[in-house]
Design a protein around this ligand. Sequence first.
Ligand SMILES: [Zn+2]
Ligand SMILES: [Zn+2]
Length: 339
Amino acid sequence: MPGQMKSVVVAEPKGRWELKDRDVPEVGPNDVLVRVHACGICGTDLWISDGVLTFRDFPIVPGHEAAGEVVAVGEGVTKRKVGDRVGVIMAQKFCGVCDFCREEHPNSFVSAANCANPTLTGVTVDGGHAEYVAVDAGGTVIIPDAVSYESAAPILCAGYTVWAGLRRAEPKPGARVAVSGIGGLGHLAIQFAKAAGFHVTALTHSPDKVETARQLGADEVVADGAALKAAGGADVLLHTNSSHGAVADAMNGLKPWGKVVLMGIGTDELNLPALALTSNSYQVIGSAHNTIEHLVEALDIVASGAVTPVIETFPLERAEEAHARASSGDVRFKAVITY
Ligand SMILES: [Zn+2]
Ligand SMILES: [Zn+2]
């Protein structure tokens, strides 16, 4: 499909998200060409766009929360066809020949972090903030008919992350789940934990987020670990902030044998209360995207109506405004650009 398209292009670290004309990408033999209709802005996009995380030279096209329609497929593609509604995820393809790949692990964030030469959409190659993106068919997932492109987009990274984190913690039926951080990840974590039938306590220091957390489904809203303990404690703490300073305090509300799941991408240090960790047999689990089946589960839960991403949509002409507002933490809760 030759021709030109509009694409977000970031020319330099901390640069603006400018709309440029670019060639529609060529479709390799194992690729699908996706006409993107919506792409979310993830915190990781901001880290990459600002040059905090560096994977390739600028200019870059960010975006790993793209949802759209397959409009062309390479000759070797059998699992997708023209007309499929798909989501484009970050972990697109792995090299297959490095020491890690020889161990034959499933597609996950761990594979993305450990493969010697991974292809990561919007990270190591151009991403989904464009009218078209070409990706390996293995880097896509089918979107249920009941889920709009705009609602699917935030699930492809943020929703995937929080649902996979909850699954990773393997809470028992009836467990008490606490969510710290009521933002792009946290507002979904509250809803997913509630949809799965758990008792949910939200942790936030922002008085203006208390009512919002309740509306999202939190049974209780508390300000710190001591209040969490007084409210009955938690078996699982889903920490969705990219800052880790509050983890040790929140752990004051963790029940014996409790688990902490860290899922925000941050660069700060984490200090843990060693005595409490040992004597309560706590587990601290790092988690991001753990196998695509968790993403499929998350999309199905959204399709059921039990979880609704709260988004602000921006037409592509306002991409830089969306970027600026997301950067300043001004969006409740996820910015989605439509293409
Ligand atoms: Zn992301
Ligand atoms: Zn590899």
